[in-house]
Design a protein around this ligand. Structure first.
Ligand code: HEM
Length: 485
């Protein structure tokens, strides 16, 4: 790819690329069902090849599947490509304070530095005790379910786990949705995602002219969320003033942001801190919870892999032994299971970016403002790169020489699945998310036998896009390994 300004005449034009047959009105727009948008694009890619165009009305969007092209484009941010303006427009219209996810240019650079400083390895160590507390609460909740023989609504429980972990860290205050349903702020936050998903694919932006009850509820929720975050920022400043030692390794994201913003010498406003607290909640909860749900669903349908993971965890952590970060980081098969889950079930199976100037991509002239859809899962599930690509084979991610390294990752295959994106905007929360997943999975494998993980129909979990890729409802039953506890 050459993203230099396109001047040559031999470039291909978007209108000459293949595209799915368009309808009478709206080009391909009417064929896109929002909840299945990823599947629809992946299906078109199978029929049309690695580069094609989808028409949104009379406006063409370029769609790409080649992982090398995709990672090159994602590396050309923030200068040549940005997130689509639709994302920031939607957020702004909803009254959400913008943060890193929707920032661009210099503002993105400054905010990225602040956010990255809150995710350094040292900082993540400082968050570990609070993450452990949340895991212990989850353990008690699941012990109760196991002893009463009740089935667990898996997505609901995993959301409680990630909400308590991330919201606790982002607000700097303990949040306990695992043991109570009283967290008012979380109830307000729960209105944000469905509204975003609803509006993102709405053909007419009706809310600009009139508001339905759901839109009015959303407005009220956003006011409450903003008020609460401002209150948490004030409390965090007070704690830092009273105990300056906290500045060495702030025990939560909010205090880390404040300390780093001070070091930026006034380049980051309180509004930007608020925007980034909110961004952590929106970017960090559903993604991690859904990834864990997919992992459990895949493990339960592959009993030999589940047994191997249980063996690894149980050897490292006998019942009752609290996990440490160092031992967690040595769980090779656990890592492999997470990679393999994210290869097959990435919660962000595609990413759309927008060209900031005219560029050429693989000899295609891409005018300024064109939206480019990058489909992550195409190559990640291609036989060209992975043997028996559709199979759940965590062993393929084990390091060479390992006895189980026969799952068929071709030598250059790492870096093909991009579950956390790629380039300078790669997910800053990835190490935190991995730690969160490992902590929960270790607790589950160490203290419980998993009796079932089932959908309502008993079949395989279907996929639904709702900002992230969510599985159908899943229910889990457990037996405790320490019944007397
Ligand atoms: C399994 C869990 C997660 C997955 C799969 C995931 C995936 C992603 C992906 C695909 C992107 C887009 C990257 C790009 O544009 O190249 C992203 C961005 C981002 N993620 Fe995550 N994420 C996860 C967890 C988290 C967590 C726990 C946090 C924070 C607490 C977080 C915060 C962010 C932020 C702030 C961005 C925007 C970065 C920027 O634009 O510079 N994510 N994530």
């Amino acid at each position: 790819m050459n993203t230099a300004t396109a001047t040559a005449t031999a470039l291909r034009q978007l209108k000459d690329l293949p595209s799915p047959p368009a309808g009478l009105f709206g080009g391909n727009l009417m064929q896109i069902k929002p909840k299945q948008v990823h599947r629809i694009f992946e299906g078109w890619a199978r029929d049309l090849g690695p580069e094609f165009v989808v028409w949104f009305g009379k406006i063409p969007s370029l769609v790409l599947t080649d992982h090398e092209l995709i990672s090159k484009i994602l590396r050309e941010r923030p200068d040549d490509f940005a997130r689509t303006r639709r994302v920031s427009e939607l957020g702004r219209e909803m009254g959400l304070t913008p943060g890193l996810f929707s920032a661009e240019g210099e503002s993105w650079r400054v905010q990225r530095r602040m956010v990255m400083s809150a995710f350094s390895p040292n900082q993540i160590r400082a968050y570990f005790p609070s993450m452990l507390r949340v895991t212990e609460r989850m353990q008690r909740r699941w012990q109760r379910a196991a002893s009463q023989g009740t089935r667990i609504d898996l997505l609901d429980d995993l959301m409680r786990y990630t909400v308590d972990t991330i919201t606790g860290l982002a607000f700097g205050n303990d949040v306990n949705t695992i043991e109570s349903d009283d967290d008012i702020i979380q109830q307000h936050l729960n209105t944000v995602f469905p509204a975003m998903a609803r509006r993102a694919f709405s053909v007419v932006p009706y809310w600009r002219w009139f508001k339905l009850p759901a839109d009015r509820q959303l407005d009220r929720s956003i006011v409450e969320i903003n008020k609460a975050i401002d209150g948490f920022i004030a409390q965090a400043r007070q704690r830092l003033a009273q105990d300056p030692a906290r500045r060495e390794a702030p025990p939560n994201l909010l205090e880390a942001f404040i300390v780093s913003a001070e070091q930026e010498g006034g380049k980051i406003s309180d509004l930007e801190i608020r925007g980034n607290v909110l961004t952590m909640l929106l970017a960090g909860e559903d993604t991690t919870a859904n990834s864990m749900a997919w992992m459990l669903s895949l493990l339960k349908s592959h009993p030999e892999q589940l047994a191997r993971l249980q063996r690894e965890v149980r050897e490292a952590f006998p019942p009752g032994q609290a996990p440490t970060m160092d031992v967690l980081n040595r769980l090779e098969f656990m890592d492999a299971c997470i990679h393999e889950t994210m290869r097959l079930k990435p919660v962000a199976p595609f990413l759309a970016v927008q060209a900031l100037r005219e560029v050429s991509i693989n000899q295609i002239r891409v005018p300024r403002d064109t939206i480019v859809w990058t489909l992550f899962r195409h190559d990640a599930t291609s036989e060209r790169y992975f043997e028996q690509a559709e199979r759940f084979e965590p062993q393929r991610w084990m390091s060479p020489g390992d006895e189980a390294d026969k799952g068929g990752v071709r030598p250059n295959a790492k870096g093909i699945a991009m579950p956390f994106g790629s380039g300078p905007r790669i997910c800053p929360g990835r190490y935190l998310a991995l730690l969160e997943i490992k902590l929960c999975m270790v607790m589950l494998m160490r203290d419980f036998d998993i009796l079932s993980v089932l959908t309502d129909s008993g079949g395989e979990a279907g996929e639904r896009m709702s900002f992230t890729m969510v599985p159908d409802a899943l229910y889990m039953t457990l037996a405790s390994r320490t019944p007397s506890a």
